[in-house]
Design a protein around this ligand. Sequence first.
Ligand SMILES: NC(=O)c1ccc[n+]([C@@H]2O[C@H](COP(=O)([O-])OP(=O)(O)OC[C@H]3O[C@@H](n4cnc5c(N)ncnc54)[C@H](OP(=O)(O)O)[C@@H]3O)[C@@H](O)[C@H]2O)c1
Length: 276
Amino acid sequence: MATPRIALITGASSGIGLATVARFHADGWQVLATVRKPQDAARLRAQFPGAQVLEVELTDRAAVARVVGDALAQAGGVDLVVNNAGASIIGAAEELSLDDFRAQLDINLLAAIQVTQLALPYMRARGAGRIVQVSSGFGRIALPMFSAYCAAKFALEGFSEALACEVAPLGIAVSIIEPGTVATQFDRNRREASGYRVDGPYAALYRAMRARLATSHERGPSLPEDVAAVIHTAATAHRPALRYTVGKLGLAASLAARFTPDRLRQYAIGRMTRAD
Ligand SMILES: NC(=O)c1ccc[n+]([C@@H]2O[C@H](COP(=O)([O-])OP(=O)(O)OC[C@H]3O[C@@H](n4cnc5c(N)ncnc54)[C@H](OP(=O)(O)O)[C@@H]3O)[C@@H](O)[C@H]2O)c1
């Protein structure tokens, strides 16, 4: 029997991460999944026999180095890394504290970079491997009230593009996944800017954006399983693409980023999100 391929998937407690674990586990991969709460770890161990569940807070650099580093060393390598864990915050740039920005960069960018760096030596040694970064339509198009989240996701995309060029000659492929709206707990888990005030100068725009997000959910979001299927394609395609979109909004963001002039795009976004 062939040795199973090994996939490390972060943010496996819910949503896209959980669906991705289910997808790869069902496909016979050896799954290493990260969660941060003991009750999630217990649930996943029961749900996916044979999967190795790692309990780690991904913004704790020392813990990641120890827990993920040890797991990779024990497994003797890894074929696929899916950097999926992420979180968002809503609020005007002026009302977000530097700590708000730091926290966004910590989970959406630095955690993915650290996990990638831990995996690369094993992939280089084998001359093969796949890195899949779960970005967002917000990694291509920036909307008001999302400066911190967009800063992190745009940065993740820049990091991943540069990395893709560096590691392609070593047999390692990097893919970026750009979902639009996905039916998960993500919106409910979203934090609010530390300095947000209901009577503040951006309150009307804030409410307009919240309403717009609610509408985009009503219009039929993608399912986490749809994103997991695209991640599976990126992991198994003979020649994976650098970018994959998921859902209508993911595609729209990608097309708008690639094909609309800045002025037109900023005008359209301004109209779409205006506060009146
Ligand atoms: N849902 C959407 O509409 C959408 C659209 C585009 C892109 N995305 C991207 O998809 C990815 C997954 O999100 P989702 O929609 O599946 O949302 P989700 O259900 O809220 O899942 C987020 C996952 O990230 C984990 N996580 C968050 N902060 C963490 C931290 N500091 N340390 C360790 N783990 C942490 C969460 O763990 P806990 O359960 O412990 O909090 C959870 O497992 C994110 O990168 C997000 O940016 C989502």
